[in-house]
Design a protein around this ligand. Structure first.
Ligand SMILES: Cc1cc2nc3c(=O)[nH]c(=O)nc-3n(C[C@H](O)[C@H](O)[C@H](O)COP(=O)(O)OP(=O)(O)OC[C@H]3O[C@@H](n4cnc5c(N)ncnc54)[C@H](O)[C@@H]3O)c2cc1C
Length: 381
């Protein structure tokens, strides 16, 4: 092997997923040399089967980055929330908040493609694994495998997605899997999303084109059986879980994702910072994960730009402080919902029903929840 070539940059972002790319675009006109490093070949995200619910605030951030693909998005105008086998339901409507949509649904691959289209090819190094990170007082040195390259950077941003086996990451295994599939409804969806809580876990129907993107959460020991069903039997399982408000005529391929809460602490170290799923991986209920990660990227870019070139320590301290509230509330919100709703304990079922009823009957309460879904961090106290 010949000697590795050296590449010097200001900011090295490990992980060219949607959060890493959003950060790279946010720093585009900052005068900094930004390099994205990804373990997968370029455009590997084209195989990702997920569809993501994006908050209205995320749409605004992506539009500011000129990375919003309107043609690939489907507006959510209403969200209907209910529980299986219990009373109470609530309906959130965009019209009540003076906005055309509560949020949007977009395939992960379309979101990634819109962001990637704005990244200069020389900014992205694909097919490379970061083998070693060595922090020195004046820079960080990254040793890469896959390409014969050494990278030195003033700052390393970790955006490599869900962490594994890391002592700085606290894990709560929900013992649930999300089965996802695209399903054709028997009648038009009218831009209504459904969130239905069942003892097995939450079930979401998100409008996507003319179809629904289904996130069907089940205990992990049921996941393999659900994947193995014929399409007709899967649709029957979906009907049984969802109830009769919506019917389905066909479904596409299914995939399964294990679900756990993973929280990193601390999220900054000398010349290193973690954003997106690498900082916190959430349960997909209420679609918070990417929205939160995008706000990480936006706030890190602001902290870096405000501090000017060089003073990375001060920028990271500002960033870590600034992210506390949004992270804590978003993680607490999803974690509480999963644990409160994924059971069939009668007193809890009754309390949940009263909660849903209260949301429906008390507009201020409903507005509190809706505003946090629409605008995320900006709506926290
Ligand atoms: C079933 C399901 C449904 C979801 N629904 C929603 C939703 O509706 N709304 C929402 O907001 N969020 C949702 N999420 C969460 C959302 O998918 C994630 O929060 C989002 O993808 C995180 O983006 P990221 O860029 O941080 O990480 P990723 O998307 O995981 O990207 C990480 C990138 O880093 C690269 N990488 C990994 N390891 C390395 C390495 N060692 N070196 C270099 N590169 C590396 C990977 O190749 C990848 O390109 C859902 C998640 C699941 C599982």
């Amino acid at each position: 092997m010949t000697d590795a070539t050296a590449l010097d940059c200001d900011v090295a972002i490990i992980g060219a997923g949607p959060v890493g790319m959003a950060l790279a675009l946010s720093l585009k006109d900052s005068g900094r040399r930004v390099l994205l490093l990804d373990a997968r070949p370029p455009k590997a995200w084209a195989d990702d089967p997920r569809a993501l619910a994006l908050a209205h605030g995320s749409y605004q951030l992506l539009e500011r980055l000129d990375a919003w693909d309107a043609g690939a998005s489907t507006a959510i105008e209403e969200i209907h929330v209910s529980q299986r086998g219990g009373f109470g339901r609530t309906l959130l409507c965009a019209a009540d908040y003076g906005t055309v949509a509560l949020g949007y649904v977009m395939r992960y691959k379309d979101l990634a493609a819109a962001l990637a289209a704005k990244i200069a090819p020389e900014q992205l190094l694909g097919d490379c694994h970061v083998e070693q990170i060595e922090t020195r007082s004046e820079a960080v040195a990254l040793t890469l495998s896959g390409v014969n390259q050494l990278v030195t950077a003033q700052l390393v941003v970790h955006a490599e997605g869900t962490p594994v086996d890391d002592p700085d990451v606290r894990v709560r295994d929900y013992r649930q899997h999300a089965i996802i599939a695209q399903v054709k409804p028997a009648s038009p969806h009218h831009h209504r999303a459904w969130e239905r809580f069942t003892p097995d876990g939450p079930l979401a129907l998100l409008p996507l084109g003319d179809d629904y993107s289904v996130v069907f959460t089940v205990p992990s020991d049921k996941a393999a059986a659900l994947l193995a069903l014929t399409d007709d039997d899967f649709l029957n399982a979906l009907r049984e879980q969802f109830g009769r408000r919506v019917d389905f005529v066909s479904c596409g391929a299914r995939s399964a994702f294990p679900l756990a809460l993973r929280v990193r602490s601390p999220i900054v170290q000398q010349r290193q910072v973690w954003i997106g799923n690498s900082a916190q991986t959430l349960h997909p209920v209420s679609g918070q994960g990417f929205n939160l990660g995008l706000r990480d990227a936006a706030e890190l870019a602001t902290a870096l730009l405000d501090q000017g070139q060089g003073d990375y320590g001060a920028a990271l301290a500002v960033y870590a402080r600034g992210r506390q509230t949004d992270r804590r509330y978003s993680m607490g919100f999803t974690d509480t919902i999963v644990r409160l709703f994924s059971n069939d304990f009668p007193p809890l079922r009754c309390a949940r029903g009263l909660g849903l009823l209260a949301l429906d009957l008390a507009p201020p309460l409903r507005h509190f929840v809706a505003k946090r879904m629409i605008w995320g961090a900006r709506a926290w106290p």
